[in-house]
Design a protein around this ligand. Structure first.
Ligand code: PMP
Length: 411
């Protein structure tokens, strides 16, 4: 057999992918469309940022409650560094568990009205490891079509049969459930607030269907904790339900200003994950400052209820303003406001005009969203002032107007 030459390697599929991305990034840069991976130089309290020396209103943050830099949370993180240092002695199962991890898990369990909780190093990893740990060959996982990539990846790597149902379509979910063997292990997974569209899952109906068909229900609350419910406790509180969700998943990187992910649920479920979830057994524990910051943040949410309230008001002001300007925001209900632009190019152009006018928004393109529905994905925070929200609405409306009415599609 002939040895592969350097020339063969340059033509292989791996190399093609690498080169294709290089070309794409260079082409975007030539057209002044470099919006991703830019360092934020100053977070100035969160609702404003400085990027490449330019101050802009921040309308692309997941820090919904404006808790980044909160003095109590920062102090808790610093205290944890003084007490425990910056790292752990390894994975949680072995020498990585500190009192601060247990404290955080108790706080989460209480906040989420669950018996127990377990934490992982990120939200992404939480979905991956939990879905693939719970399911095996012969089981079924049924996922909403618009679920986050981490859920999709968890379903893909599990050995279960992976089925999808049409977005938030309960008749379609029921059809799938009815088609499955009675005694098979079944897990239904959904986002609480969908991260591209900002709409809310029909939890009462999903929960009812799961109970009727003997399926477990896992809900990803990345965008609903701190956002939904009177006190920010999430999607069950929003619908006035308790015990509707078996596996309550969330992140510590959005309304909670740290990083990490968690599952809250029954004691037995959490115990099972503590001894079998690969990301818990084979990946290092959350660092002490992350765990302490997250722990304090849940307490701040309880102690400062005005934040959840203000977020809700700001969201309505922002979404309604964008809608009143004649723009399409789909059926956004909480957290995220999609502003539909059309093609990738149009989304890029609207973004550029907004950023030049001092409003930091970012585009989301195909394949993250369907073709023709490329969009700005805008968010507001509890700490935004009414005036800056109104200014942002004007900038987004004017920028969209210029691009979407331009006959050449170019401004
Ligand atoms: N689930 C959803 C719905 C998300 O939007 C995200 C992050 N964007 C994640 C999970 C992953 O969370 P993390 O960033 O904490 O890894």
């Amino acid at each position: 057999m002939l040895e592969p030459t350097m020339n063969d390697k340059l033509k292989d599929s791996i190399n093609k992918r690498i080169l294709e991305m290089k070309r794409r990034v260079e082409a975007d840069s030539e057209r002044d469309f470099s919006f991703y991976n830019r360092p934020i130089e100053d977070v100035s309290g969160g609702s404003k940022v400085v990027i490449a020396g330019q101050e802009m209103g921040m309308f692309a943050s997941y820090s919904y409650l404006g808790l980044i830099g909160h003095p109590r949370i920062a102090k808790a993180a610093k205290r944890a560094v003084d007490e425990f240092g910056t790292g752990t002695h390894g994975v949680r199962l072995l020498a990585g568990t500190l009192p601060v991890h247990r404290e955080l898990e108790n706080t989460i369990a209480e906040f989420k009205n669950a018996e127990a909780a377990i934490t992982f190093s990120s939200g992404y990893v939480t979905n991956l490891t939990v879905i693939s740990t719970l399911l095996g060959r012969g089981d079924f996982v049924i996922s909403d079509k618009l679920n986050h990539a981490s859920i999709v990846d968890g379903c893909t790597i599990s050995n279960a049969k992976f089925l999808r149902f049409r977005h938030n379509d309960m008749a379609d979910l029921e059809r799938r459930l009815e088609s499955l063997p009675l005694s098979a292990g079944k897990l239904v997974v959904v986002d609480a607030v969908f991260s591209m569209d900002g709409d809310i899952i029909d939890l009462p109906r999903v929960s009812e269907l799961c109970k009727k068909h003997g399926a477990w229900l896992m809900v990803d609350e990345a965008h609903s904790v701190g956002v939904l419910g009177e006190t920010g406790r999430g999607v069950e509180e929003h619908f006035g339900l308790s015990d509707a969700v078996d596996i309550k998943m969330g992140t510590l990187s959005k309304a909670i200003p740290a990083s990490g992910g968690y599952i809250a649920g029954s004691k037995d479920l959490i115990n099972y994950l503590r001894y079998s979830a690969r990301a818990y057994i084979f990946s290092a524990a959350l660092t002490p400052p992350q765990a302490a910051a997250a722990n304090e943040a849940f307490k701040v949410i309880v102690d400062e209820p005005w934040r959840v309230d203000r977020l809700r008001q700001n969201f309505r002001l922002f979404r309604d303003g964008i809608r009143d300007a004649g723009l399409d925001t789909l059926s956004a209900t909480a957290g995220i406001v999609p502003v539909i632009c059309g093609t990738d190019d149009q989304a890029y152009q609207v973004t550029r005009l907004c950023q030049r006018a001092g409003v930091f928004v970012l585009p989301v393109l195909f394949p993250a969203v369907p073709p023709g529905l490329s969009r700005l994905r805008a968010t507001v925070m509890a700490t935004h002032k009414e005036q800056s929200i109104k200014e942002a609405i004007n900038v987004i409306a004017e920028s969209s107007g210029k691009v979407l009415s331009s006959p050449l599609g170019s401004v």
